[in-house]
Design a protein around this ligand. Structure first.
Ligand code: PBG
Length: 330
């Protein structure tokens, strides 16, 4: 049998996660897998992602290659995947999720709270300068700083993981916030100085999870790749993405969501879903949560998770969430 062609961006993070999925396929199916590099608009453009239409730009070039039949499968960071799934493509697997939390990489090994209280490194009394281009992170960092009676200066940055960590090493910023999962995938986890509690900074929908995509009409391939699927992860991210989709938010909007399976009573698992929105300056924000049963069948549980996400979004909209998403992508 010929080798499966796995299309990947050539960033360190994309290569790492594609390589890890390729290895899982080889081990589970015995199929050989070959990595094929694909260049995307997001890799070329130096503009801020919000200015070029969100992180979907990373995904579209890979999808074009799938539809043209030049590659057999693609691996995306699930949080970069637009919520509308094109019918010609199948989300064949959502493998087991890594830690969904955001991580702080701060000067002098500081935690977020210690950094906010300490302020800028020069002792000038100015607020700490924290790099992130994500409206979701900015919003929640400002809310948290205010709750501690501190201020924070957020600085929009872009670039790959090494570039972002480099700003802290060079002393240009006091800290940067990145996904823990990405730092682990590229082997830079030792740079993490604090893992942010989701009650403080709730991650992006799908953060820490991967999506394995192929052409929907290739039934055998869909089934083969389906062996990588982790039902609890798929159920959780389904709830998070349903919430995002129902809020009709662009992928750069400040929407956060995290679902996790919890033991309710001994032997009974429930799905707990948190959702948050807020203005970028953190002046107004909202966080709501809900809990629902997890039916025994994975199909029913996924459908139920989808409804939970949409119901929580409806509750958020009824409480004025739309007014907090002014920055949403046009
Ligand atoms: N938006 C870029 C992006 N897409 C996926 C990850 C990290 C891995 C993940 O969350 O699965 C990152 C970098 C980051 O947010 O720090």
């Amino acid at each position: 049998m010929r080798a499966l062609r796995l299309g990947t961006r050539r960033s360190k993070l994309a290569m790492a996660q594609s390589g890890q999925v390729a290895e899982r396929i080889r081990r589970l199916t015995g199929r050989s897998v070959e990595l094929v590099e694909v260049v995307t608009t997001g890799d070329i453009s130096r503009e801020h992602l919000t200015a070029i239409g969100g992180t979907g730009v990373f995904v579209s070039a890979l999808r074009d290659e799938l539809l043209a039949g030049r590659i057999d499968l693609a691996v995306h960071s699930l949080k970069d995947l637009p919520t509308a799934q094109p019918p010609e493509l199948a989300l064949a697997a959502v493998p087991g999720r890594a830690d969904p939390r955001d991580a702080l990489v701060a000067r002098d090994g500081l935690t977020l709270e210690a950094l906010l209280r300490a302020g800028a490194a020069d002792g000038s009394g100015r607020p700490a300068r924290v790099g992130t281009g994500s409206p979701r992170r900015m919003s929640q960092l400002h809310v948290h700083a205010r709750s501690l009676g501190c201020e924070i200066t957020t600085v929009p940055i872009r670039g790959n993981v090494d570039t972002r960590i480099g700003y802290v090493r060079a002393g240009e910023l006091d800290a940067v916030v990145l996904a823990s999962a990405g730092l682990h995938r590229v082997g830079s986890e030792e740079a993490i100085t604090d893992l942010l509690d989701p009650d403080t900074v709730l991650p992006a929908p799908g953060q820490g999870a991967l999506a394995v995509e192929c052409v929907a009409s290739r039934d055998d391939l869909v089934a083969e790749l389906g062996r990588l699927d982790d039902p609890p992860t798929r159920i959780a991210v389904t709830a998070e993405r349903a919430l995002l989709s129902a809020l009709e938010a662009g992928c750069s909007a400040p929407v956060a969501a995290l679902a996790d399976h919890r033991e309710d009573e001994p032997g009974t698992t429930v799905l707990h879903l948190r959702g948050a929105v807020g203005t970028t300056d953190g002046a107004t924000s909202m966080q709501l949560s809900t809990t629902g049963p997890v039916p025994a069948s994975d199909g029913e549980a996924t459908a139920r998770a989808d409804r939970m996400g949409r119901d929580l979004a409806a509750e958020m909209l009824a409480k004025g969430a739309a007014g907090l998403m002014g920055e949403r992508a046009q």
